[in-house]
Design a protein around this ligand. Structure first.
Ligand code: SAM
Ligand code: SF4
Ligand code: SF4
Length: 278
């Protein structure tokens, strides 16, 4: 299978076909048609007879990144640094024992900087029913690490270098379905991360957004943020040190935000965000 086919397959499995179409439009078609895709996601959610259940959970095991990509807030937003305790990590896995979706063992960071990652990924695979998916800038990837991680996870290597040196390195390793190589444009214009990317204006899009219906994001210190746009940790939905994942997912704050998004009203963090909603 080609890398692009592998990438599309793992993205469709994790986030669904509407998300893949939206990603294609944002990357190649200047976002054409994303409003229609957002409306389709809205209709699907509005007519759903079952309560929302996340299909992806991001667990940031440690903060920080060794890169400074132009489209990423990491170099310009002051963020708390630290790493998640093993105790908290294991208690999250206990709560996720029956979870069949996708676990991302990272959030606002470069996951391969955490030396505990192979062990953490193995534990996640063995103690839950989930698939594990990692995105990395590949700078710290070695053949040995690739062998270890791909026993338990899909590893998407994003090469942001201009000379494609990361892909050149990783192409020397044995190819396998779980290792997905992506040539990324280091000068791309991605989302405004809800006002967290320097020089990018905020925008009020009164559109639906699927993320609080499908995705759950935990920072390394246990705070649960609304979504992966919230680099300033502005909208804390709860804290897994104080409440269970399920309690937070069903709390008043989440319920209120979902209700406003179903009315296509974007408030607070959402009122600054240019993500089209799917
Ligand atoms: C925050 S990174 C963390 C993983 C790893 N450091 C990497 O870059 O692959 C996760 C994803 O967010 C993407 N990303 C970075 N800045 C973004 C932005 N402004 N809007 C949307 N996605 C962005 C990255 O390209 C990557 O695919
Ligand atoms: S996109 Fe990933 S690799 Fe680039 S600076 Fe952000 S976290 Fe680091
Ligand atoms: S609209 Fe933006 S900030 Fe709000 S949940 Fe969606 S992606 Fe996050």
């Amino acid at each position: 299978m080609t890398d692009i086919a592998k990438y599309i397959k793992q993205r469709a499995q994790g986030k669904g076909v509407l998300n893949v179409l939206s990603g294609v439009s944002r990357t190649y078609l200047n976002g054409t048609g994303t409003k229609t895709l957002s409306d389709a996601a809205w209709l699907k959610q509005k007519s759903s007879r079952t309560p929302p259940q996340f299909s992806m959970i991001a667990i940031e095991t440690m903060s920080g990144c060794n890169y400074r990509c132009s489209f990423c807030p990491i170099g310009t937003i002051k963020m708390p640094s630290g790493r998640m305790s093993m105790e908290l990590y294991e208690s999250l896995l206990d709560q996720l024992a029956d979870f069949t979706g996708v676990i991302h063992p990272y959030l606002f960071n470069e996951p391969l900087l955490d030396r505990r990652l192979p062990e953490m990924v193995r534990m996640a695979k063995e103690r839950t029913k989930a698939s594990i998916s990692i995105q990395t800038n590949g700078s710290k990837l070695t053949e040995e690490l690739a062998d270890e991680l791909t026993k338990y996870a899909t590893v998407v290597v994003n090469d942001y270098t201009t000379d494609l040196s990361v892909l050149e390195k990783v192409r020397q390793y044995p190819a396998r379905p779980e290792l997905v190589l992506v040539d990324r444009d280091p000068d791309a214009t991605l989302t405004n991360r809800a006002g967290n990317v320097l020089g990018r204006p905020t925008v009020l899009l009164n559109q639906f957004c699927v993320r609080p219906f499908n995705e759950f994001y935990i920072t390394h210190d246990g705070r649960v943020v609304l979504c992966c746009q919230d680099w300033s940790v502005q909208e804390v939905m709860g804290n897994v040190n104080d409440n269970t994942i399920e309690e937070i997912w069903n709390n008043e704050k989440y319920t209120a935000r979902r209700a406003s998004l179903l009315r296509k009203e974007r408030t607070d963090l959402c009122a600054k965000c240019d993500f089209p909603g799917i």
